[in-house]
Design a protein around this ligand. Structure first.
Ligand code: ADP
Ligand code: MG
Length: 262
């Protein structure tokens, strides 16, 4: 309810509605996740960007007969995209979007954050072994019947099959793919992850799985690496401490980070 942009009224939508006009004071959780998001933008050189929504609003994947927006409109929408346009004031806990057409959408990070908060509640009850599964976003602590948890990674082109199974103990595993929400037109696939540099759906990967210490970060990074594509994305992952990745490129090639090979 706090972070949705699928409904007209939410604290997040208050920020969007005031775009280009005035800073809006937001609840602590919303401030926290927006602030974290801008850090992931920095890390991914803008590939992960919650202001993608300025361009994303042109694409309607849920329509019965989706249309590809006209190129000039896509290009024009880019003036409303750019994480540096999100102005944060930590003391006042306000968020300001610097152009009237700017929008933020938290679809790539709010689910992961919700998972982290759920796990906090579980831990607070003294439970040591648990799994929070938001389908595609998984967080586990401890063990399952004395062994590591096994997290299956969906095969991006074979429904119902796993492409890999990861044994994990205290970790978050998040997958972003082009196979859940997309449409096809003239032989091209248009998925729901937008490249903020072009305004068009990213096309370098079929799926990206990130293993990281917390789910909000894993969720955001999976989306960012998806946009960066297999080479740049894997190079970034290899530079990060405590982060692993499994990437299926657009041509189906599977690559895994060094730590996962073991
Ligand atoms: P899934 O929903 O399959 O778990 P993601 O975690 O990658 O996949 O989230 C996809 C959602 O992220 C999109 O529906 C959209 O709301 C949002 N999004 C799309 N492109 C970007 C981007 N470049 N940066 C941040 N969020 C994005
Ligand atoms: Mg994500």
């Amino acid at each position: 309810r706090m972070m949705t942009d699928w409904k007209p009224d939410s604290p997040l939508m208050d920020v969007n509605k005031a775009a280009g006009r005035t800073p809006v004071s937001v609840p602590p959780e919303l401030y926290f996740i927006i602030e974290r998001s801008t850090r992931v933008s920095e890390l991914t050189e803008g590939a992960f960007d919650i202001t993608f929504a300025g361009a994303g609003k042109l694409w309607n994947w849920r329509a019965p007969d989706p249309v590809v927006p006209d190129p000039a409109t896509v290009k024009a929408s880019l003036e409303n995209v750019g994480w540096k346009g999100v102005v944060l004031d930590a003391a006042k806990r306000t968020v300001f979007l610097s152009t009237p057409g700017m929008r933020i959408g938290l679809g790539a990070v709010a689910p992961g954050y919700a998972g982290d908060l759920a796990m906090e509640k579980i831990r607070a009850r003294g439970i040591r072994d648990a799994c929070v599964n938001l389908s595609g976003d998984v967080l586990v602590i401890g063990r399952k019947a004395g062994a590591p948890w096994n997290v299956g990674i969906t095969h991006p082109r074979k429904k119902g099959e796993s492409i890999a199974v990861l044994p994990v103990s205290n970790a978050a595993v998040s997958t972003s793919g082009d196979y859940e929400r997309y449409f096809e037109k003239d032989g091209r696939r248009y998925c729901h992850i937008i490249d903020p540099r072009t305004g068009y759906p990213a096309a370098g990967c079929q799926s990206v799985t990130i293993v990281a210490p917390n789910l909000a970060f894993a969720d955001a990074l999976a989306t960012g690496v998806f946009v960066l594509g297999p080479e740049k994305g894997m190079a970034l992952v290899e530079r990060l401490e405590g982060v692993q990745a499994l990437i299926v490129a657009a041509d189906g090639t599977l690559t895994v980070s060094r730590g996962l090979k073991r």
